[in-house]
Ligand binder design. Structure first.
Ligand SMILES: *Cc1c(COP(=O)(O)O)cnc(C)c1O
Length: 368
């Protein structure tokens, strides 16, 4: 089965094989692996050891996103969120339910946000100190201009919390170039092509220390994750981790480096999305995004207007042809969402386009 979803993604056999072992989290050999991963992640993030630290939180991406919001936005403080997709809405809910004051900036879900969208909202309300935003919006496939927005925030003396969950490892955001960024977050199971189960925050150490006491939650406190590492060592972890996922992530990082790192991974994903985008246009389907807004992670496609079309039936028909896509959508209009990330080659993508064409004929047979 070819898994074309934006996470957990299809993984390589070496990554899966690394999970086939029993591990004690406090074992010294495992602690070495865990400490090494934290160092390697700072490198992938383009940060500097001693300035930036990797602060993992077990679980899904929402957990580490909530931890980032709780830690770096003080209780009762305002945070501006550009609202142009499903994951932006999730971020807003996490912040609101944590008691932070969310200022929503409404935008359409078919265009990535730029500094020109963000800065007037900050000028209109100088009491907003932080922008929290999604880098790659996995709901539609647009990419917000995190680097341009980051530079504008830096010039304005504002802070940034970045949900890079479906971007990290592919879309660049070198932390050394972005001192305005308190923290970015990502997960093990997306562009780094590991197994699901761990959220990673990469944060400024000075800011994580200055923000101690904000979180109002022990389990979701990144300042406490940092304090624990400083006290007990970078190989130690506060609560029981998904040890097999961590062991597999170390192998996923090896494969990432062997492929050539960020630039190579982005190039492969761009090739994949290009083949998919062109292929569905050739099949007579209409992409949800204009080509110049199409990011490298996920392609969303308008559902055919034929009244016989049923998304669940189509997903099942496609699965019978060896390709699994999401059986739900997150856009304003009804779409199909197809991931282009994971251990997927351009050849796989061409095969997937052919399967999509055949499955469409399965569910929408032409009159004989
Ligand atoms: C996948 C994703 C998340 C986290 O999702 P989980 O299901 O909690 O792992 C957050 N933000 C974005 C942009 C994502 O793509």
């Amino acid at each position: 089965m070819l898994l074309l979803i934006p996470g957990p993604v299809q993984t390589r056999p070496e990554v899966k094989a690394a999970m086939a072992q029993d591990i004690a989290p406090w074992d010294r050999d495992f602690q070495k692996v865990y400490a090494r991963i934290r160092e390697r992640v700072v490198g992938v993030a383009g940060g500097t050891p001693g300035v930036h630290a990797t602060l993992p939180i077990q679980g899904a991406g929402h957990f580490v996103t909530e931890a980032a919001l709780r830690t770096f936005v003080a209780p009762g403080a305002k945070v501006l969120i550009p609202m142009n997709g499903a994951y932006a809405q999730r971020m807003a809910r996490l912040a609101r339910e944590a008691g932070r004051i969310v200022v929503e900036l409404p935008l359409t879900d078919t265009r990535g946000a730029t500094a020109a969208d963000i800065m007037p909202a900050l000028e209109a309300d100088p009491s907003i100190g932080t922008v929290a935003m999604v880098y790659n919006e996995t709901g539609s496939g647009i990419v917000n201009d995190a680097q341009g927005i980051g530079r504008a925030l830096h010039a304005a003396g504002k802070r940034l919390v970045l949900d890079a969950v479906s971007a990290f490892g592919a879309l660049p955001f070198p932390l050394d170039d972005h001192p305005e960024c308190d923290v970015l977050v990502f997960t093990s199971g997306k562009c780094l092509e590991g197994m699901p189960g761990v959220g990673f925050a990469v944060a400024r150490i000075d800011r994580a220390e200055a923000c101690a006491g904000n979180a109002g939650s022990w389990s979701l406190d990144l300042s406490d994750v940092l304090a624990h590492a400083k006290r007990s060592g970078w190989g130690s972890i506060r609560f029981t981790p998904p040890v097999q996922t961590i062991a597999a992530f170390d192998v996923a990082l090896d494969l990432y480096e062997a492929e050539g790192g960020q630039a190579s991974r982005l190039a492969r994903y761009r090739t994949n999305t290009g083949i998919l985008y062109d292929g569905i246009v050739a099949l007579g389907l209409k992409p949800y995004l204009e080509r110049d807004q199409q990011g490298p992670v996920i392609v969303t496609i308008h559902q055919p207007s034929d009244p016989r079309f049923d998304l669940l039936a189509f997903v099942e028909a496609l699965k019978h042809r060896g390709v699994l896509i999401s059986n739900f959508y997150n856009t304003q209009a009804p779409t199909m969402r197809i991931g282009a990330i994971g251990a997927i080659t351009p050849e796989d993508m061409r095969r997937a386009v052919a399967a999509i064409g055949a499955a469409l004929e399965d569910v929408l047979p032409k009159a004989a």
